[in-house]
Design a protein around this ligand. Structure first.
Ligand SMILES: Cc1cc2nc3c(=O)[nH]c(=O)nc-3n(C[C@H](O)[C@H](O)[C@H](O)COP(=O)(O)O)c2cc1C
Length: 394
C-alpha cells in the first residue's frame, strides 16, 4: 500500500517540473549532454529489466500517465500498426538503449540511432548547446555512437523480440561512418543495415546531418538514386526511408521527392537540423564565447517550425504517389503538431520540444488530436492528413 502511494506521487510531470525544468530554463549550468547521458543510463537499465517487479510497476505508472489510447489515432504503415502518430526522433537514443520501453513514454514508435558501421567518438565537447530563450538547441555531435555491432548487442540484451510480432514499432536511423570516404558510403550503410535490419520495422538513411563532412552531398538526385538502389539489393525487405535537410533549395526538394517516388521509397522524413540560423539574433554562446552565427552545428527546436512545414508542403505537392511523410522539427505543441498533420505528414517526431516541454508533450499532442477529430467530425487521423483543416478552439 505504502509502495503504491509512493509510486503515485512519482509522476513524471512533477519530477520534470521540480528537477529538470529549472535546469533547462538556462543556457549554462548542467551540461545538456551529461543530462542526456544520465537519463539514458536509467532508461537503459529500465529497458533491460522492464519485466522485474518494481521496475515494471514504475513503467506501468509512467504508461498510465503518458499513454493516450484513442483507436482513431492508429494507422498502419510498413505492415505494422502505429498506436499513435508521435515518435521519438533520432539522435536522442543513439545506441538504442531504450528501444524496449519508448512505448511507455506514450510514443507510437521510436527511432534509434544514428548508428554507423564504425563506432565513433563524434566531435570534441562541448558540442550541444541549449538556447533556452529561443526554445532551441545547437548541436554538432557528429554521430557519436558505439557502432552497429554494439547496437546489435544492446538490442539483443533488451530482448525486444521479432519486429512483426512485438507490440511496438522501432525504426533504426543509419549514418555513414566518418572514416569512410563518400564514394564508399553505400557499402558502409549496407554493412550496418545487414546486421541490424532483422530487428527493425523500418530503416532511415540519414543523408542530412550537417555534422559529418560531405554527407549532405548524398542528397543529390544521382547519388541518392545510386545509394537507394544499392541498399534495395540487400537481402531484406525492410522499408527504407530517407531523412532530408531543411537547407535544400525548393527545386532540390522536388527532385528528392521525384527520386523517392521513382525508387519506391517507403517514406521521407523532413527535417534534420539546420545550418541556417533561421533569423535568430546574433548572441554569444556562453560556453565558448563565440556567437551563434560563428558556432558550427545544426539548429533544432522552435526556430525550425516555419521551414519544416514549408518542406513538408513541398514534398506533399511533389510526390506523385502517396508516399508517407514524417514531419519533424520544432514540434512543441498540439497546434503545431496538427499543422504538420494537416500539411501532409502521416507521422510526426519530437526531440527538442520534448526536452523543453517534458514527457507530457506527447500526451498533450495526442489529446489535442482527439479533440480536433471530434471538432472536425473526422472518423480517424488519416482524414486529417493533408486536409489543411484548421486548428479549432474547443
Ligand atoms: C542533440 C541532437 C542530436 C541529434 N542527432 C541526430 C542523429 O543522430 N540523427 C538524426 O537523424 N537526427 C538527429 N537529430 C535531429 C533530430 O532527429 C530532428 O530531426 C531535429 O532535431 C529537428 O527536430 P526537433 O526540432 O524536434 O528537435 C539530432 C538533434 C539533436 C538536438
Amino acid at each position: 500500500m505504502k509502495k503504491q502511494s509512493f509510486l503515485k506521487t512519482l509522476s513524471s510531470d512533477a519530477l520534470y517540473n521540480q528537477f529538470l525544468s529549472p535546469i533547462l530554463s538556462h543556457d549554462t549550468g548542467i551540461d545538456p549532454e551529461r543530462l542526456t547521458q544520465f537519463a539514458l543510463a536509467l532508461i537503459g537499465q529500465a529497458s533491460i529489466y522492464r519485466k522485474r517487479p518494481g521496475i515494471s510497476e514504475i513503467l506501468n505508472q509512467l504508461a498510465n500517465e503518458l499513454q493516450h489510447a484513442d483507436p482513431r489515432l492508429e494507422q498502419k504503415f510498413f505492415g505494422k500498426s502505429f498506436k499513435n502518430p508521435i515518435g521519438l526522433a533520432a539522435g536522442f537514443d543513439k545506441n538504442g538503449v531504450g528501444a524496449g520501453i519508448w512505448e511507455f513514454f506514450g510514443f507510437g514508435y521510436g527511432e534509434i540511432g544514428t548508428v554507423t558501421w564504425h563506432s565513433q567518438k563524434g566531435n570534441p565537447r562541448p558540442r550541444l548547446f541549449r538556447l533556452a530563450k529561443e526554445k532551441a538547441a545547437l548541436n554538432r555531435m557528429g554521430f557519436n555512437n558505439n557502432g552497429a555491432k554494439a547496437m546489435l548487442k544492446t538490442l539483443q540484451k533488451q530482448n525486444i523480440g521479432d519486429p512483426l510480432n512485438r507490440q511496438f514499432v522501432l525504426g533504426i536511423n543509419f549514418g555513414k561512418s566518418k572514416v569512410t570516404p563518400l564514394e564508399q558510403a553505400a557499402e558502409d550503410y549496407a554493412a550496418s543495415l545487414e546486421i541490424l535490419s532483422p530487428l527493425a520495422n523500418y530503416a532511415v538513411i540519414n543523408v542530412s546531418s550537417p555534422n559529418t563532412p560531405g554527407l549532405r552531398e548524398l542528397q543529390k538526385p544521382s547519388q541518392l538514386r545510386r545509394l537507394i538502389r544499392h541498399l534495395k539489393l540487400l537481402n531484406n525487405s525492410l522499408p527504407l526511408l530517407i531523412k532530408i535537410a531543411p537547407d535544400l533549395e525548393d527545386t532540390e526538394i522536388q527532385h528528392i521527392a521525384g527520386v523517392a517516388c521513382e525508387e519506391k521509397l517507403s517514406g521521407l522524413i523532413a527535417v534534420n537540423t539546420s545550418l541556417d540560423r533561421l533569423g535568430l539574433d546574433s548572441r554569444i554562446i556562453l560556453q565558448t564565447g563565440r556567437t551563434l552565427q560563428e558556432e558550427a552545428g545544426g539548429l533544432s527546436g522552435s526556430p525550425l517550425q516555419k521551414r519544416a512545414v514549408e518542406v513538408l508542403k513541398l514534398l506533399r505537392k511533389s510526390s506523385v504517389n502517396d508516399i508517407p511523410l514524417i514531419g519533424v522539427g520544432g514540434i512543441d505543441s498540439p497546434k503545431i503538431a496538427w499543422e504538420r498533420i494537416t500539411a501532409g505528414a502521416s507521422l510526426l517526431q519530437v526531440y527538442t520540444g520534448w526536452i523543453f516541454q517534458g514527457p507530457s508533450l506527447v500526451t498533450n499532442i495526442l489529446k489535442g488530436f482527439s479533440e480536433q477529430l471530434d471538432l472536425h467530425k473526422f472518423q480517424s487521423i488519416s482524414e486529417a492528413i493533408g486536409s489543411n483543416a484548421p486548428w479549432l478552439e474547443a
